[in-house]
Design a protein around this ligand. Sequence first.
Ligand code: UFG
Length: 327
Amino acid sequence: MKKILVTGGAGYIGSHVVKALGEQGYEVLVFDNLSTGNEWAVLSGRLVQGDVADRGALDRVLTEFRPDAVIHFAASIVVSESVAEPLKYYRNNTATALNLLEALQAHGVNRFIFSSTAAVYGIPEKIPVNEQSPLLPINPYGTSKMMTELLLRDLALANPLFRYVALRYFNVAGADGGNRIGQAYKNPTHLITRALKTASGTYPALQLFGTDYATPDGTCIRDYIHVDDLASAHVLALESLLAGGESALFNCGYGRGYSVREVVDVAKKITGVDFTVIEEERREGDPPALVADSSLIQSTLGWKPKHDDLEYIVGTAWAWEQKITGK
Ligand code: UFG
């Protein structure tokens, strides 16, 4: 049984990947400081509470668990916060990844999967965007992730034993089909979560940021991917690395874009609540449109998404939202 160390495995995306790893028979150790993650979200394996910035704690876990591969989720993820607090992002996302990679090198762990982001592309010239597009992030969040991609590239060049896969996530949403885990941030910022929390009465209104973009209805376009499909991409990337596959970078999205207004309409339909929407100024750091060309991961790893359906995505998120608000 292969052993997988998952940093940030108690968080939203990490916990769905841990669930999928458990289902595939991997032995999992989650390493998470529980700053945004939750103990109840770890459905498989063991949880060790610790911080990736703490080299001593990492050394202890690596000595004891001796993982075959590491999947690194632990990070800060809010674009607007990264604009206001850039150093937090360079510390939590770039410096901490460097600390982890140094520890892994010292312990001879040479298989690594990295949570990257579509934010590395900035405002792409061509949509859908493929992996060869230039990396021109427009916010510190995207830059902090791009810098880690560059660390990985250079490490792999210097150490031929080291192999990694960086997965560039587009807009991850939805919840476990079995309604056991889902998003549980204290201050959620993502559109679908904010819309559903408005429908459930947690917020009085949904703010819609920007209606004057050069898009068909003036609102931003995003490629929403169900978190279980993203989890299966991680399992395939891991299988590839464990089988001796090459380092690679892949987009993770469906190749289909929805505007903010379209998402709001689906949220109203699924919930049956005609919640209030207030049109606001643009939010800083938002690119007008981000849609993935995900043909590379499909042809290379054989990834086949199962939930390319915005109503399913919003429906699972709504079931989860009702469960955690007790309604
Ligand atoms: N939006 C609103 N109102 C809200 C929340 C969001 O109008 O209350 C809008 C945003 O302005 C944006 C769109 O909905 O136009 C999507 O915003 P999200 O906050 O849901 O997601 P982002 O696109 O900003 O960011 C997400 C992840 C990033 C990742 C990016 C890649 O949080 O980590 O997708 O596409 F980099």
